[in-house]
Design a protein around this ligand. Structure first.
Ligand code: PAF
Length: 282
């Protein structure tokens, strides 16, 4: 694997690969890699000739300074993992390399009403920060395909909109959520869970599965209430559990036999967890 920390050097290398008609797959991450990230690398390897992974903890998408400070950064372990899975290129820039001295966010575009709900409402400005860095990365890497995990479903919608508007040659791949054996969605934040919290955390997936099971014309009214009962209210603070339209993220107030997504966000101890499940049209 070739490691680049400077944009110019990466750009030069990728230009030479493109000149040889190599197809570039890109997996942007913030590091603390786990099997979910590796499944993105594996899919990128299956579809493309050269796989570029970026590891950059993007300051502009954090809404709390303490979250940014304590975000895990196990770079040596990440490099070992990427090498073990035959990733071709790692881009690991400094904050200065990405932003210079200007940490302002790009909030010049409205990416649609779905940006302001759920994560957008809980973490104001978060998606402006995501769009700012993803734009910079797409402009630099100019990938043929990108690979994003469904766990950040709302982020996937935002990035798809960005691609449709500004990078319409890029193919977007939505990759299924990688789960632990007990159903907990893999996340870089899981390592912050205490032993007791880790035992309770799979309740999120139980709740999502319950909502999915109850989302029928007869039982939709109770679906989200029954789902919430799967989550121990003494241990978790539920920020939201919502059944929404898969494309607009508009919350559904009636049964709809269309593509639906159930999304949940909770706080457990010091850790915030999110998860979701898709319910596709019959
Ligand atoms: O999903 C993430 O890890 C980040 O939001 C991303 C897409 C790498 C942008 O910083």
């Amino acid at each position: 694997m070739i490691l680049f920390q400077q944009s110019n050097a990466l750009r030069g290398f990728l230009e030479s690969q493109k000149a040889q008609n190599k197809r570039i797959g890109f997996v942007p991450t913030m590091g603390a890699l786990h099997a979910g990230h590796i499944s993105l690398i594996t899919q990128a390897k299956a579809n493309c000739d050269i796989v570029v992974c970026s590891i950059f903890v993007n300051p502009t998408q954090f809404t709390q300074a303490s979250d940014l400070e304590t975000y895990p950064r196990p770079i040596s372990k990440d490099i070992e993992l990427l090498e073990a899975h035959a990733c071709d290129v790692l881009f690991h820039p400094s904050v200065e390399e990405m932003y210079g001295s200007d940490l302002s966010k790009d909030n010049s575009n409205d990416y649609g009403s779905f940006v302001h709900v759920l994560e957008g409402a809980s973490r104001p400005g978060h998606f402006d920060g995501v769009v700012t860095v993803v734009k910079k990365l797409f402009e630099l890497v100019r990938p043929d395909e990108v690979f994003f995990g469904q766990k950040d479903y709302q982020q996937c919608l935002v990035v798809q909109t960005l691609i449709n508007r500004s990078f319409n040659t890029i193919k977007f791949n939505l990759c299924v959520i990688a789960r632990e054996a007990d159903g907990l969605a893999m996340s870089s934040r899981n390592i912050r869970l205490s032993e007791a919290e880790r035992i309770l955390a799979p309740q999120l997936y139980l709740a999502l599965k319950k909502a999915k099971q109850l989302w029928t014309v007869e039982t939709w009214k109770t679906a989200s209430n029954e789902a919430l009962k799967e989550i121990d209210s003494n241990a978790f603070t539920v920020e939201y559990l919502k059944i929404c339209d898969q494309n607009t993220l508009e919350e559904l107030s009636h049964f709809q036999n269309s593509a639906v997504v159930v999304l949940v966000a909770v706080q457990i101890g010091k850790t915030r967890l999110i998860d979701n499940i898709l319910i596709d049209k019959d």
